[in-house]
Design a protein around this ligand. Structure first.
Ligand SMILES: Cc1cc2nc3c(=O)[nH]c(=O)nc-3n(C[C@H](O)[C@H](O)[C@H](O)COP(=O)(O)O)c2cc1C
Ligand SMILES: [Mn+2]
Length: 485
């Protein structure tokens, strides 16, 4: 059964012993971020902070984080057994996400329990943390959903684009070039209008999982949430903008994303998904005209930075799923994709049946020729089916003995992520991406080698592992040997 809001998600996690409630007073200024970091490093539970310094008599007193920082909790969100493997999570996602279900409209939702407009808006009523020391401010949007509409087609997009507070009713939003919100924003800009925008904080967990997912152009994330939930999302109309938000959202910020470049404000520095600090950059401002929220609302956020945190785990899964679907649509013989979380999904490992010459190159060319090129296309490793690409020690083994540096390491010029620190600050071009070099490592057994009798008529020596029949027998008899009770 899908959760309908953060509260049901919190209850479910509590029942599964996957939630820690912190009643000790914690400072939103650095301490809370430090706790979240240590908790994720220890593979800890989801955290609900109920006693936050300076937030005893405010509208919002609670903060929820780390709920998707382990595979077991992502499995629970997807309605799968807690023991579901990383590979199975990806497989489930890529099949399930395509079974889209449209949202339904409802007239009222608890997100309307409280409505503040105009001068009554005060973003400092929400315990947005100063996550890490060098962060350039308090980020109110870090694990949330940003809703906009294409003015020509009515395509509704929900993305995750972070926001820092500037004053009681202004934030700026880190809208990167090429993102769906950027496409919408440019259309409004050409029309000489600001863009209506709504931000939701604290929604059922599929929202954050899907808002950070590279869902195809033109597809409403609502439909993908519905797919993962197995039932439609319930949406209610906003008060001041022509947009819809989940009826059970904890907090909704309504307003306009300004299109006048002269009004841009500085965002950053910020501890980024790359594991490095991103430098300050000028970003569009978001004027908040109305805030609606539930009684005793729960704020939600996440800490980004050095892998592996919540961000890289969920994005590892959703990027792997989408790239796998893309490759399957375009070429034959792709049997797996892993946008590896420990590399901030910046290394994509692809498994193929290696059945024809050029398949390896087609894998890379298709990723480089798609929208995935920035996030997950810089480094591509291609392996054979006998290499478990979700197990890095097997991938390392393939790199050690299946790669001939002369032929199998291929460089390809193109755009790489604007936040990739490999390009020095003085050498950057443009604002969207960097001019850089992409890498393909062909870690498959070369299909061009001749078959040889010495290799049992294969192209490569046999792998040294006992034969299947023996291992089957041994595994069946395992407990008879008295090695394990
Ligand atoms: C925690 C977190 C923070 C993110 N922050 C940003 C951001 O500030 N700007 C951005 O362009 N993308 C950011 N992303 C990545 C986008 O959410 C992701 O690219 C998503 O696909 C965007 O939605 P869209 O495809 O509908 O544009 C973030 C992802 C996560 C998980
Ligand atoms: Mn989108």
């Amino acid at each position: 059964m899908a959760c309908n809001d953060v509260r049901e998600w919190v209850d479910k996690l509590k029942k599964e012993s996957e939630l820690a409630t912190i009643k000790t007073e914690v400072n939103w200024d650095l301490e809370l971020g430090g706790i979240a970091r240590e908790n994720m490093d220890r593979g800890g539970r989801a955290l609900l902070f109920e006693n936050i310094k300076d937030y005893k008599n405010t509208i919002c007193k609670k903060l929820f984080t780390c709920s998707l920082s382990t595979q077991s909790r992502i499995a629970i969100m997807l309605g799968l057994p807690k023991t579901t493997s990383y590979k199975e999570l990806i497989q489930h996602w890529r099949k399930q996400a395509q079974k889209r279900i449209k949202p339904v409209n409802v007239d009222y939702g608890p997100c309307k329990e409280n409505i503040l407009k105009g001068d009554d808006v005060d973003l400092f009523q929400f315990p947005a943390p100063h996550w890490q020391k060098l962060d350039g401010g308090r980020y109110i949007g870090t694990f949330h959903g940003v809703i906009t509409k294409d003015p020509d087609t009515n395509w509704e997009n929900v993305g995750m684009y972070r926001q820092v507070i500037h004053d009681k009713n202004t934030t700026s939003m880190s809208v990167a070039q090429g993102q769906h919100i950027w496409m919408h924003w440019r259309k409004y800009r050409r029309k000489g209008q600001n863009m209506p925008c709504a931000i939701v904080i604290g929604v059922d967990p599929t929202l954050t999982a899907v808002a950070s997912s590279p869902v195809p152009n033109g597809v409403d994330e609502w439909d993908v949430m519905g797919a993962l939930r197995g039932e439609p999302v319930k949406l209610v109309k906003c008060e001041t903008v022509d947009l819809r938000v989940p009826a059970t959202a904890e907090i909704v910020l309504e307003g306009e994303l300004v299109t006048d470049v002269k009004t841009f404000k500085n965002d950053g520095p910020f501890g980024e998904f790359t594991g490095y600090y991103g430098l300050p950059s000028m970003r569009p401002i978001f004027k908040v005209n109305c805030v609606t929220f539930r009684n005793d609302p729960i704020f939600q956020g996440t800490m980004e930075g050095l892998p592996i945190v919540e961000d890289q785990l969920i994005c590892g899964i959703n990027h792997s799923a989408e790239i796998w679907n893309l490759l399957e649509e375009r070429i034959l013989g792709v049997t797996g994709v892993n946008c590896e979380p420990s590399a901030s999904y910046g290394i994509t490992i692809v498994q193929i049946d290696n059945s024809y010459y050029g398949q390896v190159h087609q894998v890379a060319n298709n990723i480089w020729g798609s929208k995935f090129t920035l996030d997950s296309g810089k480094n591509i490793i291609v392996c054979d089916t006998d290499v478990d690409i979700w197990d890095l020690k097997r991938v390392f083994w393939a790199l050690a003995f299946r790669v001939d540096p002369k032929t199998d390491i291929i460089q390809h010029p193109g755009m790489i992520h604007a936040l990739d620190p490999i390009i020095h600050i003085r050498d950057k071009v443009g604002a969207g991406g960097n001019a850089g070099t992409r890498l393909l490592i062909d870690a498959t057994k070369s299909i061009l080698k001749p078959r040889s009798p010495e290799y049992g008529n294969e192209r490569f020596p046999q792998v040294a592992y006992p034969d299947e029949e023996t291992m089957k027998k041994v595994r069946e008899n395992w407990y008879k040997y008295g090695i394990e009770a």
